[in-house]
Design a protein around this ligand. Sequence first.
Ligand code: ADP
Ligand code: MG
Length: 277
Amino acid sequence: DDPPTIPLPPVPGTAPEPGRALSGLETRDVTAWFGQRKVLERVSFAMRAGEITALIGPSGCGKSTYLRILNRMHEMVRGAALAGEVLLEGEDVYAPGRRPAEVRRRIGMVFQRPNPFPAMSLYDNVVSGLKLAGIKATREERDHLVESSLRQAGLWNEVSNRLGTPGGALSGGQQQRLCIARSLAVAPEILLMDEPCSALDPTSTRRIEETIAELRHRVTIVIVTHNMQQAQRVSQSCAFFLASHDTPGRIVESGPTERLFTDPADQRTADYVNGRF
Ligand code: ADP
Ligand code: MG
């Protein structure tokens, strides 16, 4: 694909100017419960603007829960509770009066299983987020948005001549890139990715990694991955989460990815990144 040089166009109402400053995200003392069970405890961590931050750690340590807390999806889960603060550019996304839908537009999410609308055309899939976000755009603006979003997701060259194809007709890797395009269409400041490549083959995985790396200059990215090579290839910063049967998930260690992998301060980090558990 061509390098993604076309900036997201300003869509009336919400989309920021091209070349805008990137946003950072921070949590302070975030604690989370499902019912009586505490699954995260006092997680304080900053994800820096313009960086790709990788969240790593064994299954069940709370990485997905942490991501859902960041964009107010956690509260959609029955029995879920939360304490602490999440700051997007210094403003608490849980402040009274803040609309969850607006938070979710500014902080997008891509899931492990590609979930395009299977019967909907590629074109309509990409612009589907606009309606949900209450963004009005003309036909011309939408055309431009579809092209620029698909280009940035590295999918344009493969599908530009068949935008009427249903989303479900694409390969798994293409479906995931379609989901990335759909997320980008509403001009999020932060893109959360929960193991976006775990359901994909190695070739598709590498293509998405390239896409992610290029997106870094447009959107702040937080990616959960179990793939240690992937964490090292795409991220600049990294946080290692750990929980045990009687300890809720917390961050054991965080810092520049290179340092975490070559010179971990904590023995448990060393064991994990070296595949010893
Ligand atoms: P990870 O993504 O690191 O594998 P999760 O955030 O999915 O971890 O899960 C953290 C803990 O919370 C796990 O013990 C899991 O069983 C529990 N959990 C996750 N989702 C729910 C839910 N909807 N209801 C109850 N417990 C949950
Ligand atoms: Mg998970």
